[in-house]
Design a binder for this molecule. Structure first.
Ligand code: ACO
Length: 328
């Protein structure tokens, strides 16, 4: 495979809301317990956005950190993509707010909604642009304020999610550096296992009967089953197609849904725990933000060295899922 001019990460950044919500806090809000949440999900705490921490503001701060690390100015960006399904406005896009706030005056900007797979879809898109124009600099951000779209009276869902943003700056890498290959999938026929209606319409004829307040709704057990199977298949196919094995992978950075999904995935892929970056205990499921937050942390901890083969995988509403190989 021609490895020239593929998208490589030159900077990462994160922004997390100040407020930490613990399982013990949740015990006071719904009929649940720290023990139930910990054993079923592995989550101990999550961040919850407050005043001045709207989705686009988290995205802006994460993006600014990534730009600083990359050593470039916002003026040099050609494109800003924000992967999200919880923008504070439907129109304009979150990405347009980011573009204006950071001063990316040469960039075009748009949002991408592929739920928890949004960041991976965005990486693949960035790779396609960069393959065409290798000197292009792209700011890709995964940013979510799921707390605004969770029913805080529904214990089945409100314990799972958190808010945050992670960003990376991408440009054409050196020979042998950057995206290697991606295997992205969707199955819209399974939409009703994990979904969220849009805001109430002003046209009563178009309001769905079971709108239910535009909250995230989920058939947890089904999602669990599909998530493990789909990510396993997406990874296995990608590895085979590229003539590599899981032993060649230096670090797996999966979407942080919950620890039992990740444990099952690690078992099926026979990948040892020390080769998998996990932070779901601290932040819960931050959807499109989970992979870039994990990527930034892994990079800051020195867990990624130039040339390392990194594997990503995700699964989310749609259903959307996929995997990607990247040479760091
Ligand atoms: N506290 C206490 N009890 C609870 C809670 C809670 N927070 N939530 C549910 N329960 C109860 C249920 O009401 C049920 O009680 P019942 O038997 O009296 O009816 C019991 O616990 C078991 O419920 P299940 O839904 O069967 O529990 P399960 O073991 O499947 O765990 C969970 C639920 C954690 C949601 C699991 O199905 C799961 O992890 N699913 C994956 C969902 C996910 O990660 N979604 C994120 C979005 S998609 C993605 O990012 C991949």
């Amino acid at each position: 495979m021609n490895m020239k001019n593929r998208a490589a990460v030159i900077g990462t950044g994160v922004c997390l809301p100040e407020r930490v919500l613990t399982n013990f806090d949740l015990e006071k809000m719904v009929n649940t317990s720290d023990e139930w949440i910990t054993t079923r999900t592995g989550i101990h705490t999550r961040r919850i956005a407050g005043k001045g921490e709207e989705n686009y503001r988290l995205a802006v701060r994460a993006g600014q950190v990534a730009l600083k690390q990359a050593g470039i100015s916002a003026h040099e960006l050609s494109l800003v993509i924000v992967a999200t399904f919880t923008p504070h406005m439907i129109m304009p896009s979150c990405a347009c707010f980011v573009q204006a706030e950071i001063g990316a005056d040469q960039a075009f900007a748009y949002d991408l909604n592929a739920a928890c797979s949004g960041f991976l879809y965005g990486l693949d898109l960035a790779d396609a642009y960069i393959s065409r124009q290798p000197d292009m600099k792209i700011l890709l951000i995964g940013s979510e304020t799921l707390s605004a779209r969770v029913n805080w009276e529904d214990r089945n869902t409100c314990i799972l999610f958190g808010d945050g943003a992670g960003a990376c700056v991408l440009t054409g890498g050196r020979e042998g550096q950057g995206v290697v290959d991606a295997n992205l999938r969707s199955d819209g026929s399974l939409w009703n296992l994990l979904y969220m209606h849009g805001p109430e319409s002003q046209n009563p004829a178009l309001v769905s009967d079971d709108n239910g307040g535009s909250f995230i709704r989920m058939a947890g057990r089904d999602v669990f089953r599909y998530a493990v199977k789909a990510m396993e298949e997406a990874v296995t196919t990608l590895l085979e197609r590229n003539g590599v094995t899981i032993d060649d992978v230096c670090l797996l950075i999966p979407h942080q849904a919950n620890i039992r999904i990740l444990n099952k995935l690690m078992d099926r892929l026979t990948v040892p725990r020390e080769k998998v970056y996990i932070n779901v205990d601290k932040y819960g499921n931050t959807s499109a933000a989970s992979i870039p937050i994990a990527l930034d942390e892994a990079s800051s901890l020195g867990m990624l060295r130039r040339g390392d083969l990194v594997l990503f995988c995700s699964f989310g509403g749609g259903f959307t899922w996929g995997s990607m190989l990247m040479n760091w």
